[in-house]
Design a protein around this ligand. Structure first.
Ligand SMILES: NC(=O)c1ccc[n+]([C@@H]2O[C@H](COP(=O)([O-])OP(=O)(O)OC[C@H]3O[C@@H](n4cnc5c(N)ncnc54)[C@H](OP(=O)(O)O)[C@@H]3O)[C@@H](O)[C@H]2O)c1
Length: 264
């Protein structure tokens, strides 16, 4: 029996962790739908992956801060006769200015890209995954989800939401063959800090705190396939996450699943 080629949708595939996910999944023979705003970058990556691995790569330039983006992405996928077997909700950025000084449009964009679009894309792909009884969803959270709230930053709260929501979904969907993992990297070499305007401060941090995106993606992809709902990649990050959250997340997950009086 031949196994059909699976398709992965990767958001934020034009740089950093997203581009690395695309390379890793293409190397495993998955077809890809690559989404971000910078189409030139996506086209270049699609060509590279098709040449190297012979996989099909579809490219869509989309701004996930546009509330219509998740539906437009799914329409694009369906128009091409594809289904999403693997969803990597990766696109993200962090604001760096004080809440009161930041225009509402910027805050709304952060929430739209990293909360609403993540949730809506997941909601759009889950019924098909459930029906086919196979699916893998990786949601990019962060070590920041374990950290104390950062003054003026929506980022820690947003990534905490992603961490919680991913575990809740994993509980609901695992019986249907759909695994959901919150991937929680610490400092990772990418364009993130340039975009945030914090590259100089970030470069002053000790190198032991940093990981390459390849290591992050390897750990995240292995975790979702192994059915682990939370992945903190790297020993240093693991130690930090446990230090910052006294109840280990594995125990939290078990407690959350066991003692939920509102379970349906
Ligand atoms: N790097 C770190 O230290 C770190 C640590 C923990 C978690 N993370 C998380 O990991 C994820 C990936 O970050 P990264 O480090 O790989 O950063 P990156 O190199 O800056 O890449 C961010 C990606 O998100 C895309 N993106 C941003 N805004 C978008 C929008 N409005 N619409 C569509 N795509 C958008 C960017 O593409 P375009 O600009 O082309 O649209 C880019 O492909 C993020 O969710 C981030 O929060 C990063």
């Amino acid at each position: 029996m031949t196994v059909p080629t699976r398709t992965a949708l990767v958001t934020g595939a034009s740089a950093g962790i997203g581009a690395t996910f695309a390379r890793t999944l293409a190397a495993e023979g998955l077809d890809l739908v690559l989404v971000a705003r910078r189409k030139d970058r996506l086209d270049e990556l699609a060509q590279e992956l098709t040449d190297a691995h012979g996989v099909r790569c579809e490219v869509l330039a989309a701004d996930l801060s546009d509330p219509g983006a998740p539906r437009a992405i799914m329409a694009f996928v369906e128009d091409r006769g594809l289904v999403v077997d693997v969803l990597v909700n990766n696109a993200g950025m962090s604001g760096s200015t004080a809440f009161a000084e930041t225009p509402w449009d910027s805050l709304a964009a952060e929430l739209q890209v990293m909360v609403t679009a993540v949730t809506e894309l997941t909601h759009l792909v889950v019924p098909g995954m459930k029906q086919r009884r196979w699916g893998r969803i990786v949601n990019l959270s962060s070590l920041a989800a374990f950290a104390p709230p950062g003054e003026s930053l929506l980022y820690t709260g947003i990534k905490s939401y992603v961490l919680d929501m991913s575990q809740a979904l994993d509980m609901e969907l695992k019986p249907f063959g759909v695994h959901v993992t919150a991937l929680c990297p610490g400092f990772t070499h990418s364009e993130f800090h340039q975009t945030m305007g914090s590259a100089e401060a970030a470069s002053a941090l000790p190198s032991v705190l940093w990981q390459e995106p390849e290591a992050v993606v390897r750990a995240g992809w292995a975790s979702v396939n192994a059915g682990k709902p939370v992945c903190v990649p790297g020993l240093v990050n693991k130690v930090l996450s446990h230090g910052m959250r006294p109840v280990p997340f594995r125990l939290q997950y078990v407690l959350g699943r066991t003692f939920n009086p509102f379970k349906h």
